[in-house]
Design a protein around this ligand. Structure first.
Ligand SMILES: Nc1nc2c(ncn2[C@@H]2O[C@H](COP(=O)(O)OP(=O)(O)OP(=O)(O)O)[C@@H](O)[C@H]2O)c(=O)[nH]1
Ligand SMILES: Nc1nc2c(ncn2[C@@H]2O[C@H](COP(=O)(O)OP(=O)(O)OP(=O)(O)O)[C@@H](O)[C@H]2O)c(=O)[nH]1
Ligand SMILES: [Mg+2]
Ligand SMILES: [Mg+2]
Lengths: 290, 286
């Protein structure tokens, strides 16, 4: 676990006072391995360890800190900085605000659509969810079930298509005062331009305020490419990382923040409707570093 | 452009760096990557540098080639329990593609003219039963199901009952997705297996763990925990069309000794293949 390996590095260093150039190199190497094993992207690991090394080399002769303390603090600070320091609130400014939920197959979009509606309901809004996945068997049944069980209004029609159902939802929202409109879409791969175009067309036709990429915390090195391709193609507002209740270190959170600079709004921490937490960078640093 | 290493007289140090990078970004993981590089560096010392590329491929293929027994009828799976259907239990963490895999596996056996029955053992998630029922109807094969919230083990037991009485060749049991670090959920899986064993101690013959090809190093921990709990007999890697990498498979085979038996490459019913190490390595190194 990154938590185990990082604390091993820290134990090896703390209280050592001044350390040699070789020890610095060795420590940086161990940090590199720990981050890779946490599924942080290779390019991010490279940039990060380079920056930490520069930090340490500049201040090696400081009388206030030992190189060991600097390495540890520098790593923590850099990761926290990348993750965004503080939580970023998902702001709703339009009325009705349309939020598109997109992502790879099985990442947790349908579940998160309902969770996000529940979150807004608790915040005093009047959300509605839209079943716009016409591809996966029983996808519409799934969203309808979760929504009605939790008294969240849902717009659905098994014989429609994504354009028409969103149109219907917007009309209903204006009529009944729903806000926001959260749209569940079909899982799609980042390397298929044709399916990405479906989202593009929705954004051309409707006034979409937020496009959120739902991404699985367990994703490996491909996570960066997924975030980049989705962002380049359809312009994302930010991310939600799901399944953080597993024991994966979730290095993807760091990678996608570093590469795109876009906010990480929430994390999913379970299958219940209430299992959505606002993303707090400091908590995830601890997870990545211990 | 790693092909540049194919026919060079002297191997540049840059070649090893680039191979290492290629392996790491394919989720092969730090330890296995190191092992592969050092093994190859030793092998290359003794041989003609011109053959290095074949050496790389050969080493990677050998790491993936776990010998396992199968029978022709059910290849790559095996039914060594006479007078019983082949019972396949499908498990894994949430959203990896278990239910979809079952549909593909059912069709795979159907195309071999075998009879198949499905067990809707995910009695927990919204519309899980509806999702599997859709596939049963599409494939015109029987399905055993109860209401959402019913006992998963009971559904599994009933499915095998039906398979036995109707003389069906293959019974495939779906289970709910679960995080491997949730003890109560892992125990539930052990209970399902225990109940299945009431039919015959050697059932289920196959316990297939579904791993998502896009996942990173956590797949190894998943495999460890699921194997400790119910002794996984094989892995199916899904969503290969999303990434083509799935480098963690090297750890699954060489460190954990569990064979990869299937891969799926898309959402169509026929996007399933028995695992072919040479094909996989060729694509990985592309
Ligand atoms: N443990 C856990 N499970 C989750 C979380 N979010 C979603 N899931 C589960 O992950 C599985 C997939 O979730 P879905 O909401 O169906 O995913 P999806 O992205 O809509 O899938 P497709 O529509 O097929 O692309 C389900 O079993 C969910 O219950 C989470 O934060 N933690
Ligand atoms: N592109 C692609 N998508 C796949 C593949 N296999 C499954 N999927 C998709 O992944 C999503 C999740 O598949 P499911 O079969 O519902 O996964 P599951 O493991 O049963 O999910 P839970 O029961 O909720 O844990 C669906 O949208 C599938 O169509 C594959 O090989 N390629
Ligand atoms: Mg969905
Ligand atoms: Mg399922």
């Amino acid at each position: 676990k990154l938590v185990d390996s990082f604390s091993k590095i820290v134990k090896g260093l703390s209280g050592k006072g001044k350390i040699s150039k070789e020890e610095i190199e060795q420590t940086i190497r161990e940090i590199r391995i720990a981050l890779l094993e946490a599924d942080v992207h290779l390019n991010v690991v490279r940039d990060l360890t380079l920056k930490i090394k520069e930090d340490v080399e500049k201040l090696e002769s400081s009388e206030f800190f030992t190189p060991s303390q600097l390495i540890i603090r520098s790593t923590r600070d850099k990761i926290l900085e990348i993750l965004g320091g503080e939580a970023t609130k998902l702001e709703i400014n339009k009325n009705p605000s349309i939020i598109l939920m997109v992502g790879l197959q099985g990442s947790g979009k349908t579940t998160t659509t309902a969770k996000l509606a529940y979150y807004f309901k608790e915040q005093g809004y009047n959300p509605v969810v839209v079943a716009a996945d016409f591809n996966r068997p029983a996808a519409i049944d799934q969203l309808v079930h979760i929504s009605t069980t939790n008294s969240i209004p849902v717009v659905f029609d098994k014989n429609s298509n994504s354009m028409n159902i969103v149109k219907k939802a917007v009309e209903e929202a204006k009529e009944k005062g729903y806000n926001p409109i959260i749209v569940d879409t079909a899982g799609r791969i980042h390397v298929d331009q044709e399916v990405l175009d479906e989202i593009k067309k929705l954004k051309e036709k409707f006034d979409v305020e937020h496009t959120i990429l739902v991404i699985d915390a367990m994703i490996g090195q491909e996570g960066v490419s997924v975030a980049q391709k989705f962002d380049e193609s359809i312009n994302l507002s930010g991310f939600i990382v799901t399944k953080m209740d597993g024991d994966t270190r979730g290095g993807v959170a760091l990678s996608i923040r570093y590469i795109t600079g876009k906010p990480l709004y929430f994390i999913g921490v379970g299958e219940k409707i209430t299992d959505l937490e606002v993303f707090h960078p400091d908590r995830v640093v601890s997870r990545i570093l211990g | 452009d790693l092909i540049k290493g194919k026919n060079i007289e002297n191997i540049s140090p840059d070649f090893w760096e680039r191979l290492e990078e290629k392996l790491l970004v394919s989720d092969v993981g730090v330890n296995i990557t190191r092992h592969i590089i050092s093994t190859l560096q030793n092998a290359v010392k003794k041989k003609d540098p011109k053959l290095i590329w074949n050496e790389v491929e050969r080493e990677l293929v050998s790491l993936l080639s776990i010998p396992y027994s199968y029978d022709e009828k059910f290849f790559p799976l095996k039914n060594d329990v006479k007078d019983f259907p082949l019972v396949v239990m499908v498990v894994g963490v949430n959203g990896t593609g278990k239910t979809s895999f079952i549909a593909k596996l059912a069709n795979y056996y159907k195309e071999k003219n075998l009879s198949v029955i499905l067990g809707a053992g995910d009695t927990y998630r919204a519309a899980a039963i509806e999702q599997l029922t859709y596939w049963a109807e599409k494939l015109s094969i029987p399905i055993v199901k109860q209401n959402m919230g019913s006992d998963s083990a009971a559904v599994a037991f009933d499915t095998i009952n039906s398979a036995i009485s109707k003389k069906i060749d293959v019974a495939i049991i779906d289970t709910a997705g679960r995080m491997h670090n949730k003890n109560n959920l892992i125990q539930e899986l052990q209970k399902v297996e225990k109940v299945i064993k009431k039919h015959h101690i050697e059932l289920p013959q196959e316990k297939i763990l579904i791993l998502d090809a896009t996942y990173g190093q956590n797949s190894i921990q998943q495999t460890k925990i699921f194997t400790e709990a119910i002794n996984i007999t094989g892995v199916a890697v899904t969503k290969m069309d999303t990434t083509f990498k799935a480098g963690f498979v090297f750890s699954i085979t060489s460190s954990l000794g569990i064979p990869i038996k299937f891969m799926t490459f898309g959402e169509n019913i026929d996007d399933i293949q028995p695992f072919e190490p040479k094909e996989f390595v060729k694509n990985l190194l592309e």
